[in-house]
Design a protein around this ligand. Structure first.
Ligand SMILES: [Zn+2]
Length: 214
């Protein structure tokens, strides 16, 4: 990566801290997406020059730049600032909503992530967990990998004693096409460290996540 690029990315991130993601439209080839969308419209038998469709390729290109903006952002950057705390109980953030794109069909899957960790001296701001989910979800994704990646990242960056990530999502590739099962929910979990090794600790975190709603 060139120094120039790093400086650009750095300043972008600085200005847009509150927005989570850098303006990826500069890193995305919008005209190329526009040409591809026109091509798809023609291929399915539409007339891309019909009035209602004239702006569609440009609109879709901007939308893809937004939905895949996480490709140009490093989720780990949100885990670099931590507090040193003696707190040694579970930290859990439930119901972090997200929208991602299934990489097999390029259709959205939406749902919630629950992230818990048992710190070993390092504690991060709670909103940072949501930011990590935001960056990771704005990429072509597979729910299983997304779950595992978030858990691994937290283990690495925080040196936590354990991390538990559970993601529940509804996949439009299952609800609107193919097998067509509206209402179906895909649940994935990644248990690391003590949550993997210790049955009792794992039950505790599951109780915290689901206890009062099952
Ligand atoms: Zn799919």
């Amino acid at each position: 990566m060139s120094t120039e690029h790093e400086r650009e990315t750095g300043s972008l991130m600085g200005e847009r801290e509150a927005d989570d993601l850098p303006d990826s439209s500069s890193a995305v080839d919008l005209p190329r997406i526009e040409r591809a969308v026109r091509e798809i419209l023609a291929a399915v038998g539409e007339d891309p020059d019909r009035e209602g469709l004239l702006e569609t390729p440009a609109r879709v290109s901007r939308m893809y730049a937004e939905l895949f903006g996480g490709l140009h952002s490093d989720p780990r950057q949100h885990l670099k600032k931590f507090f040193t705390e003696k707190y040694d109980e579970v930290v859990l953030v439930r119901d972090i909503s997200f929208c991602s794109m299934c990489e097999h069909h390029l259709l959205p899957f939406t749902g919630k992530a629950h992230i818990g960790y048992l710190p070993d001296g390092k504690v991060i701001g709670l909103s940072k967990l949501a930011r990590v989910v935001e960056v990771v979800s704005r990429r072509p994704q597979v729910q299983e990998r997304m779950t595992d990646d978030v858990a691994d990242m937290l283990m690495d960056e925080l040196g936590a004693r354990g991390v538990a990530v559970i993601i529940e999502a509804s996949h439009s590739c299952m609800t609107i096409r193919g097998i067509r099962k509206p209402g179906s929910l895909c649940v994935t979990s990644a248990m690391k460290g003590i949550f993997r090794k210790n049955e009792k600790t794992r039950q505790e975190i599951m109780q915290l996540i689901y206890g009062d709603r099952r």
